[in-house]
Design a protein around this ligand. Structure first.
Ligand SMILES: *Cc1c(COP(=O)(O)O)cnc(C)c1O
Length: 336
């Protein structure tokens, strides 16, 4: 595997830190917990999409694009970061926002939605759950072409094989840091959504014969469906990156016990996890992704499924700018 073969823009100066979480470790009485601070990646507000965009935007520029087009939920971190990359590169950006919860789009909402406006999005198209997202993006690309412009379509979450290379690179970064610090991890826990992050990490670890299992915590889909999505993308990105060993279904584990009623809908376990990380480690999670992934981590520690003698790395995939749009969940003003 030789990632240097791929064109890449750089949006983060160096590696994100891996930090111990001693207070959370003590509070849970168990496994030694560490956190990979991908919330500190570059571009506005940080988060996992920055790593994917380094490869995707390099491709957009190579193709002569002047406008990035992508899709996400109404509080999408991916849309915020795609827009931020466009601003950085002097490109325009148009967004398709999918109302995964009916009527969830609020033009005046805080969080990422506020940042879409502040960062200067060129146009927002709001669609309903079940609408053809690819068709909506292709329509925008056709409109641009009619004006003599060139759009570049980035799939939801930046999760195609090229974007997932960002997390193959992250797996290599984790292995280097782990070796340099003399800290070997027994397991990695990460949120699993559009699957590029989970798939990229698995492919990168297997490409390095690291022998570290990865537990994905779903934020939207049932287990079997998500495992199939992650396996497919892990195999595609492995082929692109030149990973030799075969990726077997046994390498893909997705847990769906912490999704709750659905994507972006709150759970008590999520609220507790967000509070614990903030009050014990000073780390801000988000309600949609990392709060649920951390709830999964905490749940698996409490049940004993993650053993007290393990050393676990939790990948913080970002999202804290969305937290402000969900404030009522934490002040007791919203029921769930
Ligand atoms: C998109 C996102 C994820 C999920 O990553 P995927 O690659 O889509 O699976 C996790 N955390 C945050 C904060 C995100 O924005």
């Amino acid at each position: 595997m030789n990632l240097a073969r791929f064109a890449r823009r750089r949006y983060t100066p160096g590696a994100t830190p891996i930090e111990p979480m001693p207070h959370l470790t003590k509070a849970l009485g168990g496994p030694e917990l560490f956190i990979k601070r991908d919330d500190l990646l570059g571009l506005t507000g940080g988060g996992n999409k920055t790593r994917k965009l380094e490869f995707l935007v390099a491709d957009a520029l190579a193709q002569g694009a002047d406008t990035l087009i992508t899709v996400g939920a109404v509080q999408s971190n991916h849309c915020r970061l795609t827009l931020a990359a466009a601003v950085r590169e002097g490109l325009k950006c148009r967004l398709v926002l999918e109302q995964r919860v009916p009527d969830s789009y609020d033009k005046t909402a805080s969080g990422n939605n506020f940042l879409f406006d502040l960062l200067g999005v060129e146009a927002v198209t709001v669609v309903a759950l079940g609408d053809d997202l690819q068709a909506a993006m292709e329509k925008i690309a056709a409109d641009l072409a009619a004006e003599g412009r060139r759009g570049y379509i980035i799939p939801g979450g930046g999760s195609n094989p090229l974007g997932a290379l960002g997390y193959v690179a992250c797996a290599e970064e984790i292995l280097q840091q782990s070796f340099a610090d003399g800290v070997a991890f027994d397991r990695i826990v990460v949120a699993s959504g559009s699957a590029g992050t989970h798939a990229g990490i698995v492919a990168g670890l297997i490409g390095n014969s690291a022998g570290i299992p990865v537990t994905g915590v779903n934020v939207r889909r049932p287990r079997a469906e998500q495992e199939a999505n992650v396996l497919r993308l892990a195999r595609e990105v492995a082929a692109l990156a030149g990973v030799v060993p075969e990726i077997t279904p046994a390498a893909i584990e997705c847990r769906d016990e912490w999704v709750g009623p659905g994507y972006s809908l709150p759970t008590e376990e999520m609220v507790e996890a967000v509070r614990l990380f903030a009050s014990l480690e000073g780390v801000l999670l988000d309600p949609v992704y990392t709060g649920k992934a951390a709830a999964g981590l905490i749940g698996m520690v409490r049940s004993g499924e993650i053993h007290a003698d393990e050393r676990v790395l939790f990948v913080h995939t970002g999202g804290s700018p969305a937290l402000y749009a969900y404030q009522p969940l934490f002040t007791g003003d919203a029921a769930f």
